[in-house]
Design a protein around this ligand. Structure first.
Ligand SMILES: [Zn+2]
Length: 436
């Protein structure tokens, strides 16, 4: 039963940090201090087993010993027994108050206990529920569910549900958590040439691999790293995908949301299907036509244009992978590959394959001189389109100015991109470059 203090403190370190880590990072053995029989509930039996081991009537197993420094002072002695008795007998009728983070295999939930009511919010979805809650003799009732409740400290308890599953609770604070004010997502923070990745899930996250939690504090956000260091920031929302973060140390960063998912070989950023020189579509992606929502938006644009004496038609809409291949090979045969790359997409890289892009009227420089071009540039966002390859942005979009090529994004997003004055690449902090 003799173990070095060093091992204990390492284990305690892990157990302490665990409260900050969402979702099942907690090992079962670190769940409940003093839980000698490993049933995730503190009972008379645990007190008795602990007492026997303290009195040398039996030996701690490694697992038991890891849970034996109950008051966290680096020693296992009679004070731990006193704390275990307090935890086992003294808190059986204690109802939690304030806001708690509940970690279980089902995901993280926020619980706010107040005056016999409990409101829960699922971290992932924001779904809320409310229950009556009460506690009596070590049983916590939440609505119709009753669980065993056992306390590690006044800021940390464990529920064991009737199906045997457990949930670990860590105290968050007196304030409730407003899910809609959280910043869940993967963000790229840019300040000049400096870039950092923030991966935020609910009330915690990582920045460049370092874990933090954050809270709203008045009009600012207060970030606390696991080493206890704090930094606050004033956050301003620019649009649905951008924040401006002004840190208390004087620096500022622009945060761009970049939730990147790849499904069936197709890249989506914040749900936006991307096709450019960096992100290609598989040959199997084949919507067959301009997608109905984009088509319908174009028809509205066309009708409104006609009312202004302007005439719009689609000269090129959906293009299949194989058709784009034919086009590109023909251009390359005529002008060479390097030249062809400046005005034609390689197969799989054309936005026309998405079913969300179209060339309006005439795909040629003369279109830029027409009143149709002028009105399109000024108004297409109202219908959910953007001019995808604006003037002077060839290095960013990978294409020279194409006043005739529009991309459908939906009204809300098209307005945000238009208002930003940025290309889609700049808006999402992505590039558009062939890798070879
Ligand atoms: Zn086009």
């Amino acid at each position: 039963m003799k173990k070095s203090k060093k091992i204990i403190s390492v284990m305690l370190g892990a157990a302490t940090a665990v409260c900050l880590v969402p979702g099942g990072a907690l090992s079962e053995e670190a769940l409940l201090k003093g839980d000698m029989n490993g049933d995730n509930v503190l009972t008379q039996e645990d007190v008795s087993l602990f007492n026997d081991r303290l009195m040398n009537r039996a030996a701690f197993t490694d697992k038991q010993y890891a849970l034996a420094d109950i008051n966290g002072d680096g020693k296992v002695n009679v004070y731990d027994l006193m704390r275990l008795k307090k935890n086992t007998y003294g808190r059986r009728d204690t109802l939690p108050e304030g806001t708690w983070l509940g970690y279980s295999s089902a995901g993280t939930k926020y619980y706010t206990f107040s005056g016999g009511k409990c409101t829960t919010t699922e971290e992932k979805t924001g779904k809320t529920a409310s229950f009556d809650c009460s506690v009596k003799d070590g049983k916590l009732s939440l609505g119709t569910n009753t669980s065993d409740i056992s306390w590690n400290t006044s800021e940390n308890f464990v529920l064991k549900r009737s199906d045997g599953s457990t949930e670990k609770f860590c105290y968050y604070g007196k304030e409730t958590i407003n899910w809609s004010e959280l910043y869940t997502g993967d963000w790229l923070a840019v300040n000049g040439s400096s870039k950092r990745s923030f991966n935020i899930r609910g009330v915690s996250g990582t920045v460049n691999g370092k874990h933090f939690t954050y809270k709203k504090n008045g009009s600012s956000l207060e970030f606390t790293l696991d080493d206890g260091s704090k930094l606050s920031a004033t956050v301003t929302r620019i649009d649905s995908m951008h924040l401006s973060m002004k840190w208390s140390n004087g620096t500022a960063e622009r945060f761009t949301l970049r939730n990147v998912t790849v499904k069936d070989g197709i890249t989506y950023i914040n749900g936006i299907l991307i096709a450019n020189k960096s992100y290609s579509l598989p040959s199997t992606y084949n919507p067959g036509a301009i997608l109905p929502e984009a088509m319908s938006a174009f028809n509205t644009l066309k009708a409104d244009g006609a009312r202004n004496g302007l005439s719009y038609w689609i000269t090129s809409g959906y293009r299949s992978y194989s058709y784009q291949n034919q086009l590109y090979q023909a251009y390359a045969a005529r002008d060479g590959y390097a030249k062809a790359d400046t005005y034609s997409a390689r197969p799989g890289y054309s936005e026309h394959q998405t079913g969300l892009a179209m060339d309006i009227n005439v795909a040629g420089d003369n279109f830029g001189l027409t009143p149709e071009s002028k009105w399109l540039a000024a108004n297409c966002w109202r219908y959910g389109f953007i001019i995808r390859y604006p003037q002077g942005k060839q290095d960013i979009t990978g294409y020279k100015y194409e006043p005739w090529h529009v991309r459908y994004l939906g009204k809300e997003l098209a307005k945000e991109v238009y208002d930003s004055g940025l290309t889609l690449e700049e808006f999402l902090c992505i590039d558009s470059k062939y890798k070879n």
